[in-house]
Design a binder for this molecule. Structure first.
Ligand SMILES: Cc1cc2nc3c(=O)[nH]c(=O)nc-3n(C[C@H](O)[C@H](O)[C@H](O)COP(=O)(O)O)c2cc1C
Length: 170
């Protein structure tokens, strides 16, 4: 990590997750330096589970990031200031399958202590250790209206629950 990041405990995170994830968006990044991929996400949460601080994110199987998430033991959730809105828009509308979109977006990858990757430009980083990965299930939806609205194509998200092992702000 670069020296301008300050490590904090998960309980010291002051961001509101509804705003930070849902409105400002985050980057999910999986894979080591030189072989990683990032995508924008606006669905997710953080809180307490299994006596640990956790963050939850959701990745559809057709994302290039999906394979990286499957192979990764650690991954990061990175949050940025308003100046990076267009960068997140770009990374959420282009696929790493078609080229090095992170380089095209102008972000500077940096390795975290557990060899995951985040970016020097991030203002908040959660380094996560994968605890649980499982697909949302068609028959588990209580509100089938939500299911039919969100999953008409049958491409159910895989849910990843990660332990927040380290966090940094700037
Ligand atoms: C604002 C925004 C939020 C998004 N949230 C998610 C999400 O939570 N889960 C998901 O699977 N895709 C989400 N996407 C779509 C991916 O970011 C998009 O398909 C991206 O191009 C995938 O890149 P990749 O193929 O390199 O993995 C979102 C896109 C945008 C623009």
């Amino acid at each position: 990590m670069t020296s301008d990041f300050t490590e904090i405990t998960a309980t010291a995170i002051r961001d509101n997750p509804f705003q930070a994830i849902g409105k400002d968006w985050m980057l999910i990044t999986a894979g080591p330096l030189g072989d990683c991929n990032s995508m924008t996400a606006s669905w997710g949460a953080w809180g307490e589970l299994w006596n640990r601080p956790v963050a939850v994110c959701f990745v559809r199987p057709q994302r290039h990031t999906f394979g990286y998430m499957e192979r990764a033991e650690q991954y990061t959730l990175s949050f940025f200031g308003p100046a990076y809105r267009q960068t997140l828009e770009y990374l959420g509308t282009h696929s790493g399958r078609d080229g090095d979109k992170v380089a095209a977006a102008g972000l500077s990858p940096v390795a975290t202590p557990s060899a995951a990757v985040t970016f020097a430009e991030a203002r908040l980083v959660l380094e996560c250790r994968k605890l649980y990965a499982g697909d949302l299930l068609r028959d588990a939806f209580v509100d089938t209206g939500v299911r039919d609205e969100m999953y008409a194509a049958g491409d159910y998200h895989r849910m990843y629950v990660g332990e927040v092992v380290r966090a940094w702000t700037r």
